[in-house]
Design a protein around this ligand. Structure first.
Ligand SMILES: Cc1cc2nc3c(=O)[nH]c(=O)nc-3n(C[C@H](O)[C@H](O)[C@H](O)COP(=O)(O)OP(=O)(O)OC[C@H]3O[C@@H](n4cnc5c(N)ncnc54)[C@H](O)[C@@H]3O)c2cc1C
Length: 489
């Protein structure tokens, strides 16, 4: 058996979702060595990749919870963060609509809750709400409007946070599930198949598997219960139907079925909120679809299911406390748990990251701010958003921007090469960063071209290009090789 390579760092973060990557970037502002360990081929592929992408306004959360503590401050950090990282973010606003008197009473409760927290909110009459969103059901009584609610591309943000953390000296190990963990004197040791990582502080940001990681350390005081949410994405040509995210009043377990304009413009409807047994059950279901369509149509009757181009499910990591867990382990010194991150974990992540740094200090590490921290990453080229003049200029500088690879989303070869240079290693990594394959045909046309570019840029055979990590290779062999017994190419 090959001996494991030992890596020694100040802080090891397990899990590269929005929480782990936000913490990596926040910590990279300080003079401290950081290693993020992620089991998948890229960061952001857990719950972070499969959610509604809403930057919640901060009026929903129960008073006294950590969800309430972090949601509104997180929301307020988004504009600057996304500007620094050049991530697609829109402050498109939120409407919570009431369809009867009982719901109107509930809406007023949330209005007061928002006011008490300093969240900008206003109550709208039916006419005012319909003037803002003419596609809304005319059966509503009124609505709560929160103009500072927003929409972000969650995977893009996680990838950007990681890219910026790496720029500032953090390290990343992908394809590296942590399989064992223990305390050895002052150090915490985590092990992957190939590495033994010794750290002064370990941050548990393992999402759905945070309780499993805690248990590897012998720490078993919380559990994570999976709750699934299905979502259905519409073609880009539905993008002008509604501008704001439309909420009903919440149910006991979730914020209800929503109509969501994503940051990139596609409309989405969902999610369900179903307790499940398997943490990795990502199946969409006929029943889930029916419930979502009924819920979405009760808000926006004109929604047309024929325009759906993709569907997915994400799983919420609900803790047995029903709240976030943001604390030093009471049992294992130097182990920090950032767990139970169901909604609004995406919104809260930047604010949680700030407190995670304080917990690292509480764990005994002295943190000195870096003078040369670079908050900005290299700006992205989004060819489809450029003017004709800008496109001309760009193509003259680099002809790869003159070759359209994904016709549905007008993504160029130059953007795909850039995504690879920023860390994309898979077809999904390209799709979520550059949108090649995210359009109407879902990669039917461009997938072979994107694969060829990835193979060329990484210097690997086509057969090694994967959709989303080992075991998802779209090409098994060259047909000619098969026919000629390996002679043909
Ligand atoms: C359907 C749905 C809709 C949602 N909508 C919203 C919304 O609109 N707004 C909002 O604010 N929040 C929303 N949320 C919640 C939000 O998605 C989560 O709070 C957030 O993504 C949690 O991020 P995380 O980093 O904790 O977890 P994850 O993204 O799951 O990251 C954990 C990472 O740890 C890795 N990992 C696990 N075990 C190991 C191991 N042993 N070794 C190494 N790596 C490991 C995983 O691969 C994963 O990448 C929604 C959630 C769902 C399911």
């Amino acid at each position: 058996m090959r001996e494991k390579q030992t890596l020694t760092v100040d802080v090891a973060i397990v899990g590269g979702g929005i929480i782990g990557t936000a913490v990596a970037r926040e910590l990279s502002k300080y003079d401290v060595s950081i290693l993020l360990v992620e089991k998948e081929a890229e960061v952001g592929w857990g719950t972070t990749k499969a959610n509604s992408g809403i930057v919640h306004a901060g009026f929903h959360e129960e008073p006294g919870t950590l969800k309430a503590k972090y949601c509104f401050p997180g929301n307020q950090m988004y504009p600057k963060l996304c500007e620094e990282l050049d991530v697609c973010f829109r402050r498109n606003g939120i409407l919570m609509v009431a369809r009867n008197q009982e719901e109107w009473d509930i809406v007023q409760k949330y209005y007061q809750r928002g006011k008490d927290r300093g969240v900008p909110v206003e109550l709208l009459s039916k006419e005012e709400a319909l003037a803002l969103e003419p596609a809304l059901s005319s059966d509503i009584l009124g609505a709560l409007h929160a103009p500072e609610g927003g929409s972000v591309m969650p995977f893009e943000l996680a990838a950007a946070l990681m890219e910026n953390a790496l720029q500032n000296g953090a390290q990343l190990l992908t394809n590296s599930p942590v399989v064992a963990a223990q305390v050895e004197g002052e150090r915490k040791v985590i092990e992957t198949a190939e590495h033994r990582i010794e750290a002064k502080v370990v941050i548990n940001a393992a999402g759905l598997f945070a309780d499993d990681l805690a248990q590897m350390f012998g720490d078993d005081y919380f559990t994570i219960k999976p709750r699934k949410g299905e979502e259905y994405l519409f073609d880009l040509d539905t993008k002008d139907m509604v501008t704001r995210t439309i909420f009903p009043v919440p149910t006991k377990v979730s914020k209800g079925i929503l109509v969501i304009p994503t940051a990139e413009g596609n409309l989405m409807m969902g999610p369900t909120g179903d307790n499940i047994e398997e943490k990795e059950d990502l199946a969409t279901t006929r029943d889930g679809f029916a419930r979502i369509l009924e819920g979405a149509k009760s808000l926006v009757p004109g929604i047309n299911p024929r325009k759906i181009i993709a569907q997915f499910a994400g799983v919420r990591a609900a803790s047995d406390r029903g709240d976030f867990i943001v604390e030093l382990s009471p049992n294992v010194p130097g182990l920090i748990h950032l767990a139970g991150m169901e909604s609004p974990g995406l919104t809260a992540a930047p604010a949680i990251a700030v407190d995670a740094v304080k917990l690292v200090e509480e764990a005994g590490l002295k943190l000195t701010p870096k003078e040369d921290f670079e908050p900005r990453r290299k700006p992205m080229v989004r060819f489809r958003s450029l003017s004709h003049e800008e496109r001309d200029r760009l193509i003259k500088e680099n002809p790869a921007y003159g070759r359209i690879i994904c016709r549905c989303e007008s993504v160029t070869e130059g953007e795909i090469i850039d995504a690879v240079q920023r860390g994309a290693r898979t077809l999904d990594g390209i799709k979520f960063r550059a949108r090649a394959g995210a359009g109407r045909c879902q990669g039917g046309f461009c997938q072979p071209l994107v694969m060829a570019i990835i193979a060329r840029e990484l210097g690997i055979p086509l057969e090694e290009v994967t959709k989303r990590g080992l075991g998802s290779e779209p090409v098994m062999y060259h047909a000619k090789e098969l026919l000629t017994g390996g002679e043909g190419q």
